[in-house]
Design a protein around this ligand. Structure first.
Ligand SMILES: NC(=O)c1ccc[n+]([C@@H]2O[C@H](COP(=O)([O-])OP(=O)(O)OC[C@H]3O[C@@H](n4cnc5c(N)ncnc54)[C@H](O)[C@@H]3O)[C@@H](O)[C@H]2O)c1
Length: 505
């Protein structure tokens, strides 16, 4: 057992939002906790605020009165840094500035023992860079908690270049002993969650910027078809457009302006105009008094087709055939080497989003990826100006007959859910190949850190690894900026699974 002993004092420096949350976690776990903040009186205020939160836990019967009293007695505000001398762990949650953090750790090193574990809660600075200021950098780690720290289980335990594995393990085991779910990751821009989650926002904004659909429709499709807890527009209104954009910009800049992380112009306009989301009353949506949330575009009722012909294997959408039959629509299945699609009585075709556009084909309607076609409440369709009205009507009627709402969006290659999921899968594979974290830890981090319904690797296995590769390859052909270029790691995985399936050419 390498976790810190519960009798060891833990210090939290910087007692704002995160510092208070982290202090509460360490305190409730059983440690004596010291609080320090440069603003006089703030550590005392933080101790009072933590005490009040403990009172609420007692009211909700999640903590006994005796445990609350004991915890309060263990919580000590410090007037000066030297009062932290006997601490075995110091977690820093101060201003997000490299010079401020480095100065603090330099000062701390002159006070605590050489064996004291030093941790930063930075979200966007390099752990290696902060640790560069230290005399003994091996005991320095990132302990990246999520807000609110007492509620959210995930902690990214970040090892900088100089971090000694003994200390990283101590930090990991201590987070686990505190009831958290730690994941180990290397020091990389955005760590795991803030790196791999970027396309969730970026692709939604890109569909909007390309006039594919409005925010309410994109959000509804992400939720009701993609299985995400919230859509990208409503979520960033909650987070704050400034906060979300600054994470994107920081990751993009740290990767030397890698085009895969390019920020959104539309979001920049929001930030510039002060439309920061709920906190300013206006973001993508109006949050003012009495403001009504716009409804997603939803197609009018159409007749279902009399039958469908299924050609080839629908891959990740194969479940649809059973649903169509259950809805009483006859399905004739035909083996087809050259593709997988549903042929409608109009002669037009319905195909799963694959990174191509409708306009490239004679009469095709694309449908978006769903997490689970049986459970999905809404399906997005995309058609071009060349799609026949009858084919579109039959496609709408088909999904309506399965009990789904239908949103018809513009002719956007990869649609909404499909391109988002493919890019998340790609960044996850790329991260593993670059030694950022294991597949298992990435899946855990994305499920716990941002509430994804599946981890990227679970999703990838479900969809087939070559699915994401093929979709991105097609998108890359249509947008050769490099934004959609599949990573070498995804190429390797796709190729390996092709070989296993005997389809390599
Ligand atoms: N807010 C979040 O959602 C979130 C999530 C994860 C990580 N973080 C990271 O946690 C850190 C703190 O963020 P926050 O939101 O709690 O900030 P905050 O502004 O709420 O609190 C920062 C506190 O640090 C104090 N402070 C500043 N310089 C100091 C110094 N040199 N010594 C001691 N105290 C100092 C300030 O007085 C303030 O009380 C940042 O590095 C941030 O990137 C924030």
């Amino acid at each position: 057992m390498t976790a810190l002993d519960l009798s060891s004092p833990v210090a939290v420096v910087g007692t704002g939002t995160m510092g208070q949350g982290i202090a509460q976690v360490a305190l409730v776990a059983g440690h004596p906790v010291r609080l320090y903040d440069t603003v006089p009186g703030r550590a005392r205020e933080a101790a009072d605020a933590i005490g009040a939160r403990l009172d609420r836990l007692v009211e909700k019967e999640r903590l006994t009165g005796a445990d609350r009293d004991a915890a309060r007695a263990r919580l000590l505000p410090a007037e000066d840094l030297p009062e932290l001398a006997d601490c075995a762990l110091v977690v820093e949650a101060v201003l997000e500035r490299l010079d401020v953090k480095q100065d603090l750790f330099r000062a701390l090193e002159g006070i605590v023992d050489d064996d004291c574990l030093l941790a930063t809660n930075t979200s966007s600075l390099s752990v290696t860079a902060i640790g560069g200021a230290l005399r003994v950098p091996g005991r320095f780690v990132g302990l990246h908690f999520f807000n609110p720290a007492p509620l959210l289980p995930l902690v990214e335990v970040v090892s900088g270049f100089a971090t000694d594995v003994t200390y990283a393990t101590r930090a990991y085991e201590t987070a686990r002993a505190w009831g958290k779910t730690p994941v180990a990751c290397a020091d990389t821009p955005g760590f795991i969650v803030n790196r791999i989650a970027r396309p969730f926002y970026a692709e939604a904004f890109a569909v909007y910027e390309s006039q594919g659909a409005d925010p309410a429709t994109i959000d509804a499709v992400l939720r009701e078809s993609g299985g995400f807890r919230m859509g990208a527009f409503e979520l960033t209104d909650l987070i704050g457009q400034d906060v979300n954009e600054s994470v994107t910009r920081s990751v993009w800049e740290s990767f030397f302006q890698d085009v895969r992380f390019t920020p959104s112009l539309a979001q920049r306009r929001l930030v510039e105009s002060g439309r920061l989301g709920r906190k300013t009353g206006h973001g993508w949506y109006d949050h003012g008094e009495g403001a009504e949330r716009p409804e997603p575009d939803t197609a009018e009722k159409r007749q279902p087709p009399a039958y469908v012909v299924a050609e080839g294997d629908l891959g990740p959408a194969a479940e649809l055939l059973a649903l169509i039959r259950e809805a009483g629509i006859p399905v004739r299945e035909e083996d087809e080497d050259s593709g997988s699609r549903l042929v409608l009585p109009s002669g037009g075709q319905l195909a799963l989003a694959d990174g191509q556009t409708s306009v490239e084909f004679r009469d095709v309607v694309y449908f978006d990826l769903a997490l689970d076609y049986r459970e999905a409440g809404r399906i997005a369709l995309s058609a071009s100006q060349d799609t026949s009205p009858q084919t579109l009507a039959e496609a709408i009627g088909l999904f309506q007959a399965l009990g789904k709402q239908v949103s018809v969006i513009g002719d956007v290659p990869g649609m909404i859910v499909a391109r988002t999921v493919a890019r998340i899968i790609d960044l996850a594979h790329d991260a593993v190949a670059k030694g950022v974290a294991t597949e298992e830890d990435i899946d855990t981090a994305m499920r716990l850190g941002v509430n994804y319904p599946l981890g990227p690797f679970e999703w990838s296995r479900r969809l087939g690894r070559s699915w994401a590769y093929a979709l991105l390859d097609d998108l890359h052909l249509r947008d050769p900026s490099g934004r959609y270029a599949p990573s070498l790691a995804l190429y390797r995985h796709a190729h390996a699974s092709d070989k296993r399936e005997g389809t390599a050419s």
